[in-house]
Design a protein around this ligand. Structure first.
Ligand SMILES: [Mg+2]
Ligand SMILES: [Zn+2]
Length: 198
């Protein structure tokens, strides 16, 4: 319903697009706490399949990730970008596409004062979703947030999106449900053969 209303509201204007926002750690890649080394990269079950599914349906995907490890001094922004670039290129090899990534380096226990301040971008606050929406002209009311923590769901809801808590088992069936429920007007789901290529 929200999607229909928003499409009517923007008819004749530059149309805002619905998107999927994904948490990173333990939603896309396996996390054992402050993951930043490329050697530690591993997909969560069903994660690349979910990204490929969204991309096959022309649904833009964005990562919104708290990276308080930067504030705590565990790794640098450059190291996080290297890890993110690796994740994006692994996704592309398997038919997925990450359009953009927003991150928040702040943390209440940050070692530097400027990164210890409360931040409107740190989930559960919705700042990262709001700025991506401005930058990419997204329709938040038709968009979906997926993450493994309550703070992900809270951030999604605070931004006006649909929000789903991922239980960590397999991201692909959740992605299929989300496509069927929230993106029913996009191209049909590809055959199983296509989704299981390697
Ligand atoms: Mg997470
Ligand atoms: Zn921040």
């Amino acid at each position: 319903m929200a999607q229909i209303l928003s499409e009517q509201a923007t008819k004749g204007q530059h149309r805002r697009r619905a998107a999927v926002f994904l948490d990173r750690d333990n939603t896309l890649n396996v996390d054992h706490g402050y993951t930043w080394q490329i050697a530690d990269f591993a997909w969560v079950t069903g994660a690349w399949q979910a990204l490929a599914l969204f991309h096959n349906h022309s649904i833009p995907c964005f990562i919104v990730t708290n990276q308080g490890g930067i504030g705590r001094g565990y790794y640098t922004k450059a190291q996080m970008h290297d890890f993110n670039n690796h994740l994006c290129s692994e996704a592309m090899k398997r038919g997925g596409m990450i359009t953009d990534i927003a991150f928040c380096p702040h943390h209440p226990d940050a070692v530097h004062d400027e990164l210890r301040a409360p931040c409107e971008n740190r989930k559960p606050a919705p700042g990262m979703l709001l700025s991506l929406s401005e930058k990419w002209n997204l329709d938040l009311s038709a968009s979906v947030m997926i993450g493994d923590r309550k703070s992900d769901v809270e951030a999604g809801k605070a931004a006006g999106c649909h929000a789903y808590l991922f239980d960590g088992s397999d991201l692909e069936p959740l992605a299929r449900d989300i496509v069927a429920r929230h993106f029913p007007d996009v191209s049909p789901y590809p055959s199983d053969k296509e989704s299981h290529h390697d």
